[in-house]
Design a protein around this ligand. Sequence first.
Ligand code: URA
Length: 195
Amino acid sequence: MERLEQWKQRLLEAHSSTPFAEKKIVFGEGAAAPVLMMIGEAPGGDEEKQGRPFVGKAGKNLSAFLEKVGLEREEIYISNVVKLRPTKESPKTGRAVNRPPSGEEIEFFLPFLLEEINIVSPKIIVTLGNVPLKAVTGDKSAVIGDFHGKLQPLPDGRILFALYHPAAVIYNRALQEVYDKDLTALREFLEGGLS
Ligand code: URA
């Protein structure tokens, strides 16, 4: 894990001279050399408060995901493309609310994510939604509708399995069936044995 610690220090140092330097960094966490690395978009409010990815509501979605594919949280590694909470001021309440990550934020964090993947070295990468899909494939025109539920070999020998973002599934009930089918496919692949 020493390489991961060094990587964290470099990220913190680079972050300290960005326009979003005052924002708290939420690092990834999980098993060393896991079978699966899950990559989300960016932390939300609960994650920022607790300093951990996929807690609160997103953590509940993650638990449901893990149960469906037959894995434990401790067995996988969980991270995000953007490692701070992107916010804007709500015109109604004046309070900070979530917004999608900006191009500038994604650009800053992308090389760190690619390095993190190399260090963690998972066999399978599961992306949630379009932001991590584009980041991992390096293809800005990649869209989740084309990639979801399929095993996609990556040039580095890893396997990408793209999923819709659980939040998109909540807002679009029609996607629930698709999402469930994708999880069944992932479970079958995992059970089929990885050598
Ligand atoms: N929480 C995270 O850490 N990442 C997401 O993509 C959504 C919620």
